[in-house]
Design a protein around this ligand. Structure first.
Ligand SMILES: *Cc1c(COP(=O)(O)O)cnc(C)c1O
Length: 383
């Protein structure tokens, strides 16, 4: 079955007891046993498993082309999902991260992993050959994020997976920006896919969640044990909301993309815009890689004002439809300023090294009418 069909049907059969068509929200924390030690449907206690969470886990595994018998694992947040993978590491082992991954991931590496005796190294992952040079026999885990935040740079997943597997390292991909509609890292050789379901999968800016999808049942077993022990599970209501969002994922992503294309083309022509970052544009440095490993380019766009910080600030203050806020992936359009928001903790030198200028603006292009979105940017960009 095709993606849009699986998004609506995988894990979502009508309830066998009462015939309910919409997925049921199961809030019960405990389940009655048939007899001592014998469960009715495998459920005992909410931290171990929950039917609403199971439905979402079955659906997400299907969308990422995981093998049968390897459902996703749904966590209380994207960060909890990332932490779940990192807990596979032992002191003295090494994790190699792409430079410029999500700020929370770097924070976890520096403030939790490093103090726990895990070696953390970084390398630029936009050039996969150079990135591979940073892989050593001690590297147990490789963490990449593609497309990346905020510059929409890509990493060649297949090339990194091959290089990582040569030393027996696990390769994990934060695929939050792409969503499974546009990219399936397991098909390209990755071992783990991670999503912040808070973003496009939920899609309505009203929940917090994360997910891991793997293709080795033994690895899933280890991650499940860690998750159950630490209690980093998604709440039933958040799972129910996420599943509600996922059902319309295909339709939403098509529209996010066509609106993003329209906005990107408008900005590319604008005389006050110095640079535009959107993987779907032929001018994007990695457009060829994007065409090869993605089926589309998503709804995130970044651009740089010619006149720098002061000009950027005016645009950020003047948009009406684009809401000045932190997150992304919801139906509403969001505008954000990496220098003072997501990337404020970095030093100016580090931001410069990563190519994040003070004139850079990031857009999460929503599902409003494209003409209205362009008109909003047009008036905000008037000098
Ligand atoms: C938001 C985000 C995260 C963290 O997810 P939370 O759900 O906020 O914990 C990780 N990676 C990327 C790319 C994100 O955008």
């Amino acid at each position: 079955m095709q993606f849009a069909t699986r998004a609506i049907h995988a894990g979502q059969e009508a309830d066998p007891a009462v015939g309910a068509v919409a997925p049921s929200l199961h809030l019960s924390s405990i389940y009655a046993y048939e007899s001592p030690g014998v469960t009715r449907a495998g459920y005992e206690y909410i931290r171990d498993g929950n039917p609403t969470r199971s439905a979402l886990e079955t659906c997400l595994a299907s969308l990422e082309n995981a093998p049968d018998g390897c459902p996703a694992l749904c966590f209380s947040s994207g960060m909890a999902a990332i932490d779940g993978v990192m807990r596979l590491l032992r002191p003295g082992e090494r994790v190699l991260m792409a430079r410029g991954v999500y700020g929370g991931t770097t924070k976890l590496a520096e403030e939790v992993l490093r103090p726990a005796g895990i070696e953390v190294t970084y390398a630029d992952a936009t050039d996969s050959a150079r990135f591979a040079e940073a892989i050593t026999p001690q590297t147990r885990l490789i963490w990449i994020e593609t497309p990346s935040n905020p510059l929409l740079r890509l990493t060649d997943i297949a090339a990194v997976a091959e290089a990582g597997h040569r030393v027996g390292a696990l390769v994990a991909v934060d695929s939050t920006f792409a969503t499974p509609y546009f990219q399936n890292p397991l098909d390209l050789g990755a071992d783990v896919v991670m999503h912040s379901t808070t973003k496009y999968l939920g899609g309505h800016s009203d929940l917090l969640g994360g997910a891991l999808i793997v293709r080795d049942p033994a690895l899933r077993g280890r991650l499940y044990k860690l998750q159950k022990t630490t209690g980093a599970v998604a709440a039933p209501f958040d799972c129910w909301l996420t599943l509600r969002g996922v059902r319309s994922l295909a339709a939403r992503m098509r529209l996010h993309e066509s609106n993003a294309f329209a906005v990107a083309r408008f900005l590319e022509e604008h005389p006050r815009v110095a640079a535009i970052h959107y993987p779907g544009l032929p001018s994007h440095l990695q457009n060829e890689l994007a065409m090869r490993q993605m089926r589309g380019f998503g709804g995130m766009v970044a651009f740089e004002m010619k006149e720098g910080a002061a000009a950027a600030r005016k645009v950020l203050e003047r948009t009406h439809l684009f809401i000045l806020a932190a997150s992304l992936g919801g139906v509403e359009s969001i505008i954000s300023y990496p220098t003072l928001m997501s990337h404020a903790p970095l030093t100016p030198q580090e931001r410069q090294r990563r190519g994040i200028s003070d004139g850079l603006i990031r857009l999460s292009v929503g599902l409003e009418d494209a003409q209205d979105l362009i008109a909003d940017l047009d008036q905000a960009l008037k000098n």
